[in-house]
Ligand binder design. Structure first.
Ligand code: ADP
Ligand code: MG
Ligand code: MG
Length: 252
């Protein structure tokens, strides 16, 4: 069975139903691109899967390896191997970046019955990961995202991804705000992690990046429902015709 099975998920924020009966599969090792107009619910899906308390799952399931994530705390979902990079990565004042990443890595290791990382080994791989992503080493000693530029925040999310090597990564508009070198670094990192077994849901508006990602599946979300399912051709068609697609274009 697929690594992730989302079944009939309904998500409310406050009084409002933002996702209506969303179902999707992410087979192990695959990459799913999620497209959709602004406000269609892409980030809501990520936040709900990650377990953000404001996103109220009122119906449905999200099975990771057959185990329902709904009802688990956000940190328990992370331990189970889920990773979300935020569309707008928040500051975590007072918490140094290297400690934050190391704590997250050790929590995952602990849940697998592995020993905590040696401090020296951690720093060595964090430094090399930062270098791969074009982040200065000094970023590791600064509070998470505090004073980071938009692009640096995105790169920092990618550093967490590279270090954590999750089973399933949800990347929410990771390419927005990144320069060309940053986009290249994302694509290279995704390729490397895919080869190591990580599966992906990638939210993106940019066909150029989507082409490079070679997705297995492309989904279009519309007003909180999966409106279309396809492959790269669907992304190309959306890039040509926009999101205001009528039934005729959707079928063409
Ligand atoms: P997308 O990521 O596809 O642009 P979002 O998931 O961010 O869309 O938002 C989906 C809808 O939910 C939007 O109409 C948005 O205004 C609404 N929404 C998101 N977060 C909140 C919130 N905290 N309170 C009220 N409405 C929200
Ligand atoms: Mg948006
Ligand atoms: Mg969004």
């Amino acid at each position: 069975s697929p690594l992730l099975q989302v079944r009939d998920l309904r998500v409310d924020i406050g009084e409002r139903t933002v996702l209506h009966s969303v179902s999707l599969d992410v087979p192990a090792g695959s990459l799913v691109v999620l497209m959709g107009a602004n406000g269609s619910g892409k980030s809501t899906l990520g936040m709900a899967l990650a377990g953000h308390p404001r996103y109220n799952v009122v119906h449905g399931q999200a099975l990771l390896d057959g185990k329902d994530l709904i009802g688990l705390e956000a940190h328990e979902r992370a331990r189970a191997g889920l990773f979300l990079s935020f569309q707008s990565p928040p500051d975590i004042p007072g918490v140094k970046n290297n400690l934050f990443i190391r704590t997250a890595m050790n929590a995952v290791r602990e849940s697998r019955g592995e020993a905590p990382l040696d401090a020296f080994d951690f720093l060595k791989s964090a430094k090399s990961g930062a270098k791969d992503l074009g982040l200065p080493e000094t970023m590791l000693g600064r509070p998470v995202n505090e004073g980071f530029s938009g692009g640096e925040r995105k790169r920092n999310e990618l550093l967490q991804l590279a270090m954590l090597k999750p089973r399933l990564a949800l990347l929410d508009e990771i390419d927005s705000g990144l320069d060309v070198d940053g986009v290249r670094a994302v694509v290279a990192l995704i390729e490397r992690l895919r080869a190591q077994g990580t599966s992906f849901i990638v939210v993106s508006h940019y066909l150029q990046m989507i082409e490079l990602l070679k997705p297995d599946t492309v989904l279009r979300l519309d007003q909180g429902c999966i409106a279309e399912t396809g492959d790269l051709e669907l992304a190309r068609s959306i890039a040509r015709t926009g999101f205001a697609r009528n039934a005729a274009t959707a079928e063409a």
